[in-house]
Unconditional design. Structure first.
Length: 438
């Protein structure tokens, strides 16, 4: 069954199940005092976990040390723990003291092939391997914070076990940034291996740290983050001397025309008022010497879309541009699209129901109509199976962006993340327990 079919089949069920939540309550979470106190007391441990994980980053499908740290912590708290899900993933279950529904909380664990330049005393000096090449490794996207936050939330929830009206499932996911070439991984693989089964949650919540006011929470109902397709173009021309380009195929000029064509597609051939679309060429590899025009070239990049019809039309236009340009130069070429990450789309009823909870947890009033984000997140895979709500947590760093070698966070935001994760779980389960019978 395809993702779209699954999502369509579940849509009616999700709306019916969450109809009770339509009028969001105005009051703060009833668990506020206990959760705030527990999160504050736990903050030094969460900071220590974050720094330890930051100093020992691991690439996707290689999160062995990180997942071991997580599993040991959860077992000590009394969770039922499954390891080795999608290579290194951890799924843990905590049954509360009262009967009720099931809710899931998710954190991603992988780092990036980036050389850290923060100068922090706990900066990474790890060197890993990516695509067969040695590479520095850094938590340049904040997943170290995500893991530490959910470890902290796990401890708070364990301490409130008798008050929990149902069951909490914690999902620690590998390879959110994508598995290594030639491997499977990430959220889709965790789902295929039963991460959302036995028990199946009625909702899933996740967060992502990002530059912004410390402790601020931003999200939106419906589509929030883009679908992402990777692509690769393999081109074969004719090698010749750099002084005689007419005797071969000038692949540098050919690649420049493809870049310009892709830019022109996004800005002039698509209705930019309808939905954002971004085509990026991020890799151009060819040649070994300054005076040799090479025979082979590889180009690669990413396509970001929010609308399925525009995605289809864009890919068709990209294919036509590559075919036309390659043919005109007398070369051969092929455009191959990689696997797509779907749009992160927050369930409207869930977003409305949990608005008071996130307002309780946040510093300041949450922004609930944030602009569309052209970054992607495979949390969308979980949302295709159960209703989900994904939000961003401000961590300072106003001049920067995720994936930068200088990326860092204000650790005061960790405490806010812990209380947001705990409160969304508790309040959701309370609402399930008190909703009217069908």
């Amino acid at each position: 069954m395809t993702r779209s079919i699954i999502k369509g089949a579940l849509a009616g069920v999700a709306l019916a199940a969450l109809a009770w939540a339509a009028p969001a309550l105005a009051q703060e979470s009833p668990h506020k005092a206990a959760v705030f106190a527990a999160a504050e007391a736990l903050q030094p441990k969460v900071v220590a976990w974050r720094r330890d994980i930051h100093q020992h980053p691991e690439l996707g499908n290689r999160e062995v040390r990180t997942s071991g740290l997580v599993a040991e912590h959860l077992r000590a708290l009394g969770y039922e723990v499954r390891t080795g899900v999608a290579h290194t993933g951890v799924v843990a279950t905590l049954k509360g003291g009262k009967p009720g529904g099931v809710v899931a909380l998710r954190a991603d664990m992988d780092a990036l092939p980036v050389e850290e330049k923060t100068g922090l005393p706990f900066a990474s000096e790890v060197v890993g391997e990516y695509n067969g090449q040695p590479t520095p490794v850094m938590h340049a996207c904040g997943h170290d914070a995500h893991v530490a936050i959910l470890m902290g939330a796990a401890e708070v929830l364990a301490g409130m076990r008798e008050e929990i009206a149902g069951t909490v499932v914690l999902v620690f996911q590998p390879a959110e940034e994508g598995p290594p070439p030639g491997e499977e991984g990430g959220a889709a693989m965790m789902i295929a291996q039963g991460a959302l089964e036995n028990p199946k949650p009625g909702a899933i919540f996740g967060l992502h740290v990002s530059p912004g006011d410390v402790g601020a929470i931003v999200y939106r109902s419906g589509p929030m983050m883009a679908a992402a397709d990777s692509y690769e173009i393999r081109i074969k021309g004719k090698q010749t001397h750099g002084a005689r380009p007419w005797d071969g195929v000038d692949l540098a000029s050919l690649s420049a025309e493809i870049v310009q064509a892709f830019n022109q597609i996004a800005s002039r051939q698509l209705d930019v008022a309808r939905s954002p679309t971004v085509i990026t060429v991020a890799v151009i590899q060819s040649g070994v010497r300054h005076n040799i025009i090479p025979e082979d070239m590889m180009m690669a990049g990413t396509l970001r879309t929010f609308d399925p019809d525009m995605r289809k039309a864009t890919i068709e236009k990209m294919q036509a541009a590559v075919d036309s340009i390659v043919a005109r130069y007398g070369a051969k070429g092929e455009l191959t699209m990689g696997g797509a990450t779907p749009v992160v789309s927050n369930d409207p009823d869930l977003a409305r129901a949990m608005a008071p909870t996130l307002a309780t947890a946040a510093v300041g009033q949450p922004e609930t109509e944030t602009a569309l984000i052209t970054g992607a997140e495979d949390f969308a895979e979980f949302q295709a199976v159960v209703p989900g709500l994904f939000y961003r947590l401000g961590v300072g760093y106003p001049a920067g962006t995720n994936h930068s070698p200088f990326f860092t966070i204000d650790e005061a935001a960790l405490e806010v993340g812990v209380r947001a994760q705990v409160l969304t779980a508790l309040d959701y389960l309370d609402r399930v327990a008190t909703r009217p019978a069908d």
